[in-house]
Design a protein around this ligand. Structure first.
Ligand code: SF4
Length: 448
């Protein structure tokens, strides 16, 4: 019988992407996928280190598997991703029932490491940063309408609160030709939308240019990449995350506004609306730099929508800083945001040098205020679509009600409509929007 594997993913889209690619790679190596932890012979956790809470969750979950390991000693338990990189050997010292600890740069080695572990050679630890991105981790589930493509790893920014540069290492970008080949393969398999991923995606290719002393203020290798992917026949939409304001230069902005396949929804981390805090965070831009980029993106044809990441309760955040954040959020009109309550992350500059002096209750209160603002704003903005026709890329049956189908608008709004035999996944329909909530648009298909 083929060994069955189960992967549980925590954290960001990069992790989702790595898990999907690993699952395909394991299938190519003869393992089979199961959706149940109980039925699995191999249990893998793809972990996140960004917040302490995320790590504690995984520690608790893995601790619970000690009993399972006693009952089924042959089951392989592995931790991969940022937490594996962050704690390495210490994980197997603290949790000896763990067989594999694999950092993000070594995930493609997992089929081989599982083989070793099945032969009783565990525990095995593969961590550390490599200078190249493995091409083996580019497998995809066939026929996905929308597929993630990882274009770079790591980050060189060292924002004071962030652990990513320490666990994901320095920026390394894949060559454009390699990414285009991957996009062509996806298009041939039915994918219509490509979601380009990188921790600091607008810095794509810059580290490599810098190493050759060829970097200039106008250079945007990411803009070149967008053009190259745009030229792939069959790919109809391009999205990307996460850009950094510092690298959203003129070449990038003009390219985004010029290429019709680049969608009109942009996720641009703001983190704070206070210049004082942006400086302490070492973000490398001011509020006015941020707003300038938003204004430039709004000049693209068609609608735009913006989402962001924000931290509340950062050390020394005063009421006036928080109100500044709230005001910028209203000004930009974010309809979605990941709001994080600051907590110090061991190993970062902020944890070592700043006092976590905003009371927990204040962080929670600020968090709730922003969430309420977002809900109201999203509802208001979505109501603005009622009576309009939006073009929707059809994804398939809706998660909540299989009699309805869903897809997304160019601005990344979830659109719900009645299923019909002539409507195919991966095609475009025109939807007359009849009703809207803060989460979705509902409507009638008027052409397909
Ligand atoms: S840009 Fe800053 S917040 Fe984003 S991954 Fe890099 S260090 Fe972390």
């Amino acid at each position: 019988m083929r060994e069955r594997f189960y992967i549980r993913t925590y954290g960001c889209q990069m992790n989702e992407r790595d898990s999907e690619a690993l699952a395909c790679l394991l299938e190519e190596h003869g393992f089979s996928r199961t959706g149940s932890e109980d039925a699995a012979d191999i249990i893998l956790f793809n972990t996140c280190s960004v917040r302490d809470q995320a790590e504690r969750k995984v520690v608790g979950k893995v601790g619970l598997l000690k009993r399972l390991k006693r009952r089924k000693p042959d089951v392989i338990i592995g931790l991969m991703g940022c937490m594996a990189q962050n704690h390495g050997e210490a994980i197997v010292k603290r949790q000896p029932h763990v067989d594999l600890v694999v950092g993000p740069d070594h995930i493609h080695e997992i089929p081989y490491l599982i083989g070793q572990a099945l032969d009783g050679r565990g525990p095995l630890v593969a961590v550390g940063s490599t200078t190249e991105i493995s091409t083996e981790l580019t497998a995809h589930a066939k026929g996905r309408v929308s597929a993630y493509v990882s274009v770079m790893r790591g980050c060189n920014q060292f924002c004071t609160y962030c652990i990513v540069p320490y666990v994901r290492g320095r920026e390394k970008s894949r060559p454009i030709e390699q990414i285009v080949t991957e996009a062509e393969g996806l298009a041939a398999g039915g994918t219509r939308e490509i979601f380009l991923l990188g921790q600091n995606i607008t810095a794509y290719g810059l580290a490599e240019l810098r190493a050759r002393n060829a970097v200039s203020e106008d250079a945007s290798p990411f803009a070149d990449l967008l053009r190259a992917v745009h030229a792939v026949p069959g790919i109809k939409r391009i999205r990307f995350t996460s850009p950094h304001v510092k690298y959203m230069n003129r070449a990038f902005l003009e390219t985004v506004c010029e290429l019709p396949k680049v969608c009109g929804s942009f996720h641009i981390p703001l983190q704070s609306g206070s210049d004082r805090l942006l400086e302490i965070m070492r973000r490398g831009y001011t509020v006015s730099d941020y707003l300038e980029r938003i204004t430039a993106l709004r000049t693209r044809p068609g609608r735009t929508s913006f989402s962001t990441d924000v931290i509340v309760g950062f050390p020394s955040e005063r009421k006036s800083d928080f109100e500044a954040t709230r005001e910028v959020m209203e000004r930009v009109g974010f309809d979605m945001a990941y709001v994080f309550r600051y907590s110090p992350r061991a190993g970062t500059k902020a944890a070592e040098t700043l006092v976590d002096d905003v009371p927990k209750a204040t962080k929670e209160e600020r968090n709730q205020i922003l969430l309420r603002d977002l809900e109201e704003r999203a509802e208001r903005q979505n109501q603005g679509y009622v009576g309009e026709i939006v073009q929707v890329l059809v994804e398939g049956p809706s998660k909540r009600n299989s009699e309805r189908w869903s897809g997304r608008s160019d601005t990344n709004k979830v659109c719900i409509f009645e299923a019909a035999s002539e409507i195919q996944r991966g095609t475009f329909i025109d939807l007359a929007v009849e009703r809207a909530t803060s989460h979705s648009l509902y409507g009638r298909v008027v052409s397909r």
